[in-house]
Design a binder for this molecule. Sequence first.
Ligand code: SF4
Length: 361
Amino acid sequence: MKNLNKELRNPATVKALLKKIKEFGPWPVTLMEVCGTHTMAIFRYGIKDMLPSNIRLLSGPGCPVCVTSLWTIDTALEIAKQPGVILTTFGDMVRVPGSRTSLAELKAAGIDLRIVYSPLDALQLAEENPAREVVFFAIGFETTAPTIAAAVLSSCERGINNFFILGSNKTVPQALKVLLTGSDVKVDGLICPGHVSTVIGSKPYEFIPREMGIPAVITGFEPVDILQGILLIINQIKSDAPRVEIQYRRGVDKEGNTHALALLYQVFEPADGYWRGLGEIPGTGLKIKKEYRDYDAALRFPVRVPKMKEPVGCRCGDVLRGAITPLECPLFNNSCHPEKPVGACMVSMEGICAAYYKYGK
Ligand code: SF4
């Protein structure tokens, strides 16, 4: 693994790839990545600055924390306040502002909040605390949903009945369709998400070249991966032959992980999903199936939460669509910074505003 990483960060290979990319010519193209890990890798390795100025990289809605709606966060905050509840979630979610407060502030005020690395940790907590009700606030895309499904199935098998899921998982391909058909930004090629694709494979992206006429390339996360992915895209643009290609062959194949997909769809079914920045998109949410409704935190804790507006001045929605960069948000590095974030994109480790703040300067 160490050797592979070394190879994928090899300066000579990077140089050679950049040389080939520069041969593309002067035509301006905009490529978009839709994966928070890609966003951070692109910034961390300074890939934007290495590319010729006519090749523009834009970030899309690839950070699962950032696309989670304000209403969903407010619902989690309300459930966290219910007597006897232990709310568990990933660390990234803790400081994300809801409309009035955040989980971090509620924890300081006394709620029982635990950070977990996996829904299986939350299940373990439920088993160890039978007198409490343990809610896992689930966010993420197809990548995390199979593990959440596995936790529900394991809970079922072990007869643990104080474990619940507040589900906000989303599925990516249809959201890409909405993003690419929106009028905000013209994208000439898509860098498809690596992690999501390990689960769903490459087939679900086939509509992108077919219907949108642009290349879609699944890449890994190291500098050589990303540059190879960019080279594949621009070669497709040059030859006017858009298709789906897999650069990240060590992680992704055409069919995806059929076992993980079977687990996912054993417990969840497609539903409407609300994406910050893109709105409601039919079929892009995942809801717990009737057979497993006993695990649905939304049914166990039917809290009433009004739909609130995004914080005044926050442009997270526009940033997530690629319509503006964080630098165009008037709050960036003024009233919004990592110590005092106004929007989700400044909090998450994979947030676009956080990446600009950390590396953009
Ligand atoms: Fe939202 Fe802050 Fe980003 Fe502006 S800088 S879009 S307020 S997170």
